[in-house]
Design a protein around this ligand. Structure first.
Ligand code: HMG
Ligand code: MG
Length: 299
């Protein structure tokens, strides 16, 4: 089954310079819940010193109106994050590590092996609490510090995450630099190790190739797509990286392949509009559904 995972409230808002009031985030998530997306990544139970924009994760989870059939997920980096997620009654938690050591160190302050060790008790605790578990692999194509990442390094991390017990992996182009050929090259190796229905793809759109990469993944049988309404997003620890591929653009592209996508574009626009007064100038200037491409980044 095709799934759209709306990551705007987490990936979209973690990189906005302004801290958006929790009441606005709650309205935003509630509006997204009515749009027909399958899953909403609501927030992150990370250190508020590292990502102050999402320090209100508990309040947002407590006050959203959950819609039956929609999965409400959050990022969790460690056991402390899991304890917070369990008390917030999160449906699904996402562990996150990377295929490059330098990015991992900058993002979660440990090595890849250190992250995997950290995840073992988190995965057990999440499953004991009845939650499903995703594992992100960041920098799956390019790293802002190390350049091109070999598919073998990505597959190695995917295998470690499967050993940890994740139900699904999300292959992430953190800096939005992958080409469709590079996506195909990785999927060629990866899909003989893990079944297609356990793989999600998470494209940022820095070079404007997010939609092409979604369609390439779709042609390989991938059916779980992360996207962010209006192309919001970026990672504070990946310099120059811009937003996720826009949900609106992904929905339109998949419809062009005659997929049935039960997402209402009008309702997505209603959700996105709620943020207008709070977004940075450059973000507000974007056309609806457009992404912020990076004209100056050098990676
Ligand atoms: P650390 O400083 O090494 O952690 O950070 P620590 O265990 O030494 O703890 C330091 C302090 O943080 C302590 O507080 C802990 O209690 C607190 P103190 O005693 O000093 O007052 N702390 C926490 N507080 C609340 N919740 C927690 C938590 N953990 C520790 N869970 C840590 C390590 C992992 C916590 C930190 O590096 C961190 O939070 N990193 C998150 C960075 C982040 O969120 N990045 C963006 C998301 S990833 C992304 O965007 C990529 C993705 O979209 C895919 C893609 O596009 O590639 C997913
Ligand atoms: Mg991301």
């Amino acid at each position: 089954m095709l799934k759209i995972v709306e990551v705007g409230p987490r990936d979209g808002l973690q990189n906005e310079p302004a801290v958006i009031p929790p009441a606005v985030k709650i309205d935003f998530v509630n509006a997204l819940s009515l749009s027909g997306v399958n899953e909403i990544e609501v927030s992150a139970f990370v250190s508020p010193r590292w990502v102050p924009q999402l320090a209100d994760a508990e309040e947002v989870f407590r006050k959203i109106a959950r819609r039956e059939g929609v999965v409400y997920s959050a990022l969790v980096p460690n056991e402390k994050g899991l304890a917070r997620a369990v008390s917030a009654k999160v449906d699904k938690v996402s562990l996150f590590t990377a295929a490059s050591e330098s990015f991992n160190q900058k993002n979660i302050n440990t090595s890849i092996a250190g992250a995997i060790q950290r995840f073992l008790p988190v995965a057990k605790g999440a499953h004991d609490a009845g939650m499903t578990l995703r594992g992100y692999v960041s920098t799956a194509f390019w790293c802002p510090f190390e350049g091109r990442i070999a598919p073998a390094a990505v597959i190695e991390v995917v295998e470690r995450l499967i050993d940890v017990g994740v139900d699904e992996v999300s292959i992430s182009d953190t800096i939005g630099k992958a080409s469709p050929d590079e996506v195909g090259m990785l999927l060629d190796g990866l899909l003989s190790r893990i079944s297609t229905d356990r793989v999600a793809v998470h494209f940022h759109d820095t070079y404007g190739r997010g939609v092409e990469n979604v369609l390439t993944s779709w042609s390989y049988g991938i059916r779980i797509f992360d996207a962010s309404v209006g192309g919001l997003g970026g990672c504070p620890y990946a310099p120059g990286a811009t937003g996720n591929v826009a949900t609106e653009a992904v929905v339109k592209a998949l419809k062009s392949k005659e997929e049935t996508v039960g997402v209402d574009l009008e309702q997505l626009a209603n959700a996105r509009r709620l943020l207008d007064p709070f977004l940075s100038e450059e973000r507000r200037a974007l056309p609806r559904g457009g992404s912020l491409a990076c004209a100056t980044c050098e990676f």
